[in-house]
Write a new protein. Structure first.
Length: 132
C-alpha cells in the first residue's frame, strides 16, 4: 500500500474500502489535478516503476500510458479498470478524478453560455411569485 503522497488527502482515498468521495466542485478556482499526474507523481514514483514496466503490468502500450501521464488523454473506463486493479483501489476513484477534472474545465469553458440558461426551478419560482 502506498503511504506517502504528493497530493494531500490521497492516502485516505487509496485505503481499501475508503468511503471518502471525490466530489466535483464547480466553484473551485484552481482546476482539479488530472488523474494522470497523480498516477505519475504519486503511484509510479512511489513504486519506482518506469513507464515501460508500468505499461507492461497494465497491459497497454508505452505510448498510451505516456499520454495519460502527460495529462493529454483522459482516464477512460477501460483504463480506470486497469489502473484500479493495478493500484488495488478499484476503478471508481480514477473515474471520479477524471470526471471532476473534465467537469471543471468544461464548466469554465462554457461559463458565458451557461449563464444565459435559465433553470426550470427559478422559472417556476418567478411564475409562482407573480401569481400570488
Amino acid at each position: 500500500m502506498i503511504k506517502s503522497f504528493k497530493h494531500k488527502g490521497l492516502a485516505e482515498l487509496f485505503e481499501k474500502g475508503s468511503s471518502r468521495k471525490i466530489r466535483p466542485d464547480l466553484h473551485l478556482k484552481r482546476p482539479p489535478v488530472h488523474p494522470g499526474e497523480i498516477l505519475r507523481e504519486d503511484v509510479l514514483k512511489h513504486l519506482g516503476l518506469s513507464v515501460s514496466e508500468a505499461s507492461k503490468r497494465l497491459g497497454i502500450s508505452r505510448q498510451q500510458l505516456h499520454r495519460v501521464l502527460a495529462c493529454t488523454h483522459p482516464i477512460t473506463t477501460e483504463m480506470a479498470l486497469r489502473i484500479g486493479k493495478f493500484a488495488g483501489n478499484g476503478p471508481g476513484l480514477w473515474l471520479r478524478m477524471q470526471q471532476a477534472y473534465d467537469l471543471w474545465h468544461v464548466e469554465h469553458r462554457m461559463s458565458d453560455e451557461l449563464s444565459k440558461i435559465k433553470s426550470i426551478s427559478s422559472s417556476r419560482m418567478s411564475t409562482t411569485q407573480v401569481e400570488t
